[in-house]
Design a protein around this ligand. Structure first.
Ligand SMILES: O=C(O)CCC(=O)C(=O)O
Length: 262
């Protein structure tokens, strides 16, 4: 497959707000990246036990800031499992190299429409087998708009490390929902409620469950409404979501610039 997106693919992305490219990574590459997930998991589990970690709670869920990254523990008292680690790119050298991989960065550069890119953030989502919690409908742009003046230029690139199906909580999107820009949040009185998209604005007729085999990559718009169900299955659904931006801007949560070398 060509690295660059075709004009048809770009049109699909602009129309739907997302684009799936299947099997961009080989089985061997993905096995290696799964080792990175395991390495990061063990390192993070150690780090959060130290006195460097600062724990806080939002809507009854546990978060910790440690060594410059944020850890979300799994919901519903499954505190022995990690849910999300962000930013994760510098916690394993294979993840660091992945950020510069032309299969991700070449299409991202086309989507941003600039000659050079930097990384905005990188999240590792574990979606552990049996307990992985779902994500309510939301857009990423409302989280980022207070820290970024170019929030339209932050395409997400999700690399699936496991086969991703409805049963293990694959990503779901509301096709075309990016066209409305930043949408109002919910007003349910919870701490993070304002970041979840107001349910009256979700057109469930446009819902798509993006099932994909391991090694597939989903590109999606920062304004696209998305979420996912829980993972009650026996198979984990790990994925990294890299978010790019124009070159020379600082990362989210880290006062440094991580330009992409292509
Ligand atoms: O990994 C998932 O299932 C959802 C992730 C997500 O929505 C996010 O990280 O913004």
């Amino acid at each position: 497959m060509a690295l660059a997106l075709s004009s048809k693919e770009i049109e699909t992305y602009r129309e739907n707000g997302y684009l799936l490219r299947e099997r961009l990574f080989t089985e061997d590459e993905i096995s290696n990246l799964r080792l990175s997930c395991e390495f990061v998991e063990s390192q993070v589990k150690e780090a959060i036990k130290t006195d460097r970690a600062r724990e806080y709670h939002l809507d009854q869920n546990v978060f910790l800031d440690v060594d410059g990254y944020t850890v979300q523990l799994e919901h519903n008292k499954h505190l022995d499992r990690l849910r999300v680690v962000e930013p994760v790119d510098n916690l394993d050298e294979r993840f660091d190299r992945l950020v510069d991989d032309a299969r991700l960065a070449t299409p991202a550069r086309q989507l941003v429409g600039v000659p050079n890119l930097a990384l905005w953030t990188a999240k590792l989502n574990f979606k552990s087998h049996g307990v992985g919690s779902g994500f309510g409908w939301h857009q990423d742009s409302p989280y980022w708009m207070h820290d970024c003046a170019h929030v339209d230029l932050l395409p997400n690139v999700m690399v699936n490390f496991d086969d991703s199906k409805v049963e293990n909580g694959c990503l779901r999107v509301i096709r075309g929902s990016h066209k409305g820009g930043i949408l109002p949040g919910t007003a349910d009185g919870s701490q993070l409620g304002g970041f979840y998209t107001n349910p009256s604005l979700i057109d469930e007729n446009q819902e798509v469950a993006v099932e994909a085999v391991a090694g597939s990559v989903l590109f999606f718009d920062p304004h696209l409404v998305h979420g996912s169900g829980p993972n009650l299955s026996a198979n984990s659904r790990r994925a990294i979501i890299l978010t790019y931006q124009p070159a020379d801007f600082e990362m989210l949560k880290r006062a440094c610039v991580r330009n992409i070398s292509l």
